[in-house]
Design a protein around this ligand. Structure first.
Ligand code: HEM
Length: 489
C-alpha cells in the first residue's frame, strides 16, 4: 500500500514537472485541492484576479473547476494570440467546449450565419438603415412611456433585450413577426437554455455527453416554436427561389433569404434555417442590448453629456437625414459608446481560443494543446500605459483624438486593435459590429431627441454583478425617462 502511494505521488510529481502548463505563473493557487478554492474565488473576483495577473505577468493562468484558463497581457501578446492560425488556436473549438454548441446549435457545416452577416450587414448595410430607423421610431412610440413627467422603466436590461431584439429581428426576419411577444421570448431566452445545457453537460463524463447532449429538450423546443412563427415566411422565401414562382411578386432580398438560399445550396432542412435564425439572434441580441443598456446607464448617470450629444446628432441628420454617412458622422456619440464599453469593463475574457497544437509565445511561454487561452479586455482597457487617465470616464476621449490630423478613422467605435478588444481583433473579430453600431446609434440618437433621461436614487452608475467572467447588469437600477415637450428637428 505504502509503495503504491509513493509510486503514485512520484508519477504525479513527474507529470507536473513535464507538463509545460505548470511553468506558467498562477494567480491564486495551483496545488490540486487549493486550486478549487481559487476557482471558487474567481466566481466573485474574476476582474481583480485577471487584473493582478495582467499587472505582474505576460502570460498567467487561473484555475477553473475542470481546466486551466491561460491569459495573455498587453497589446503585443494580444496581437500574438489573435495571429495564431486556426489549426493552432481555434475559436470554434473553444466555443464548442465551453458552450457545447454542437448540441445547442447543431453541426458546424450548417453554419450560414457569418456568410449572411457579411452579405447583408457588412456589404449592403446602407440598405437596411431605413428599416432600422422605422422600427426604432415604432419601438419608442409603442414601448417607451409617452408621459411628459419622469417615469421609471423597471428592469431595464430585460426591457432593452426585448426592444433591441425587435429592432434586430425587423432586419433578420421582418415585420410583423419581429413584434410578436412569443417569438421575441424564444430568441431572447434561448441564451438561458444554452446555459442550462452547459450546467448539465459539465457534470457528465465525456463518454456520456453526446448521449445526453443530443436528447436535451431545449433546441428541439425552440425550433418547434420558431417554426410556428416563421414556417409560412420561410416557405414563401423557398418558393421565391424557384425562377418560375407565379405567386412571388418580388423576391425578398433580406437576411432570412440569405439563410434560406444558403440552406438550399447545402441541401439543408427547415431545421437548418431555424437553427441559423436562433444562432444569429444568440450572437446579436444579448451583446447589442447589453451595449445599449450600458450606454443608457452611463447617460442617465452623466446627463451633462447629453446636450453635446444632441448637437452632434442634430448636425448630422440636418445635413443628410438618416443615412450611413450621417450616422458615421456622429463622432461624439461614437466616442461615447466606445468609451462606455472601455470604461465599464464588461468583458473580462476575450479572444477565447482552444489550443490545438502547442503554441510558443515570443517570451518563451509554451502553452500545451487542450488549454483554453484568452486576452484580458477589461484589464487592457484600464491599462494606464495605453489610455491616459485610464480609470476616468471621458465621454469624448475618442472623438477628440479623431480631430487630430490623420486620426479620423483609427479611433472609431468599430475599429478593433490590440488595445481595444470589445469586438475581438483579427480574423475572427465580430462581423456584426457594423450593424450593431448602426442599430445602437440610431436607437440612442432617436431616444435622446425625444426623451430626457436620468438616474433615480443617488444618481450614481449602477453596479454590475460579476459571476466569473460574465457581467450581469443591474435589474434594480432606477432609470427615469421623460418625453420632451419640444423635439428638435
Ligand atoms: C455591441 C454588440 C456586439 C459585441 C460587443 C460583439 C462582440 C463580439 C466578440 C467579442 C466576438 C468574438 C471575437 C473574437 O473572439 O475574436 C464576436 C464574434 C461574433 N459576433 Fe459579435 N458582437 C456584437 C454584435 C454582434 C451582432 C449584432 C452580430 C450579428 C449580426 C454578431 C455576430 C458575431 C459572430 C457571427 C461572431 C463570430 C465570428 C467568428 O467566429 O469568426 N455580433 N462578437
Amino acid at each position: 500500500m505504502l509503495v503504491a502511494l509513493v509510486v503514485l505521488s512520484a508519477v504525479l510529481i513527474l507529470r507536473r514537472r513535464w507538463d509545460p502548463i505548470h511553468s506558467i505563473p498562477t494567480i491564486g493557487y495551483s496545488a490540486p485541492v487549493l486550486s478549487y478554492y481559487s476557482a471558487f474565488k474567481f466566481l466573485r473576483n474574476a476582474r481583480q484576479m485577471v487584473e493582478e495577473g495582467y499587472a505582474r505577468h505576460k502570460v498567467f493562468k487561473i484555475a477553473a473547476w475542470d481546466r486551466w484558463m491561460v491569459y495573455v497581457s498587453g497589446p503585443e501578446m494580444n496581437d500574438e494570440l489573435r495571429r495564431l492560425p486556426d489549426d493552432v488556436a481555434s475559436i470554434e473549438e473553444a466555443i464548442q467546449e465551453e458552450m457545447y454548441s454542437e448540441y445547442s446549435f447543431g453541426a458546424r457545416e450548417y453554419d450560414l450565419t457569418i456568410l449572411a452577416i457579411h452579405g447583408l450587414l457588412v456589404r449592403d448595410l446602407s440598405g437596411v438603415i431605413p428599416t432600422v430607423v422605422d422600427e426604432v421610431v415604432l419601438v419608442l412610440e409603442e414601448l417607451f412611456p409617452q408621459e411628459f413627467d419622469w417615469v421609471e422603466l423597471t428592469n431595464l436590461p430585460s426591457f432593452m433585450s426585448n426592444a433591441v431584439a425587435r429592432i434586430i429581428n425587423r432586419v433578420f426576419i421582418g415585420a410583423p413577426v419581429c413584434r410578436e411577444t412569443g417569438y421575441l421570448t424564444i430568441v431572447t431566452t434561448y441564451v438561458t437554455d444554452v446555459i442550462k445545457a452547459k450546467v448539465i453537460l459539465d457534470l457528465l463524463p465525456n463518454i456520456l455527453k453526446p448521449l445526453v447532449g443530443n436528447v436535451l429538450p431545449w433546441r428541439a423546443r425552440a425550433t418547434r416554436h420558431l417554426k410556428h412563427y416563421l414556417g409560412e415566411t420561410i416557405a414563401h422565401h423557398q418558393a421565391s427561389l424557384n425562377e418560375d414562382c407565379n405567386d412571388c411578386k418580388e423576391k425578398p432580398n433580406d437576411f432570412l433569404m440569405r439563410i434560406v438560399k444558403g440552406a438550399q445550396d447545402l441541401e439543408g432542412s427547415m431545421e437548418t434555417i431555424l437553427i441559423n435564425i436562433l444562432m444569429a439572434n444568440f450572437t446579436a441580441v444579448h451583446t447589442s442590448s447589453a451595449t445599449a443598456t450600458a450606454t443608457l446607464f452611463q447617460l442617465a448617470s452623466q446627463p451633462e453629456s447629453i446636450a453635446a450629444l444632441r448637437e452632434d446628432i442634430l448636425s448630422a441628420i440636418r445635413a443628410e437625414g438618416w443615412t450611413r454617412g450621417s450616422v458615421n458622422s456622429m463622432w461624439k456619440l461614437d466616442s461615447f459608446l466606445k468609451e462606455t464599453l472601455r470604461w465599464q469593463g464588461l468583458s473580462i475574457a476575450g479572444l477565447r481560443r482552444k489550443v490545438l497544437k502547442t503554441a510558443t509565445f515570443s517570451d518563451g511561454t509554451v502553452v500545451p494543446d487542450g488549454v483554453h487561452i484568452y486576452a484580458a479586455p477589461a484589464a487592457t482597457h484600464h491599462d494606464s500605459t495605453l489610455y491616459e487617465d485610464a480609470d476616468t470616464f471621458k465621454p469624448f476621449r475618442f472623438s477628440d483624438k479623431r480631430e487630430q490630423v490623420g486620426q479620423s478613422t483609427k479611433h472609431q467605435f468599430v475599429n478593433t486593435s490590440p488595445e481595444y478588444l470589445v469586438f475581438g481583433h483579427g480574423k475572427h473579430a465580430c462581423p456584426g459590429r457594423f450593424f450593431a453600431a448602426i442599430v445602437i446609434k440610431i436607437f440612442i440618437s432617436n431616444l435622446l431627441l425625444k426623451y430626457d433621461v436620468k438616474m433615480g436614487g443617488d444618481g450614481s452608475l449602477p453596479e454590475n454583478v460579476m459571476i466569473g467572467a460574465s457581467a450581469i447588469m443591474s435589474p434594480n437600477a432606477k432609470v427615469l425617462f421623460r418625453r420632451r415637450q419640444v423635439v428638435d428637428a
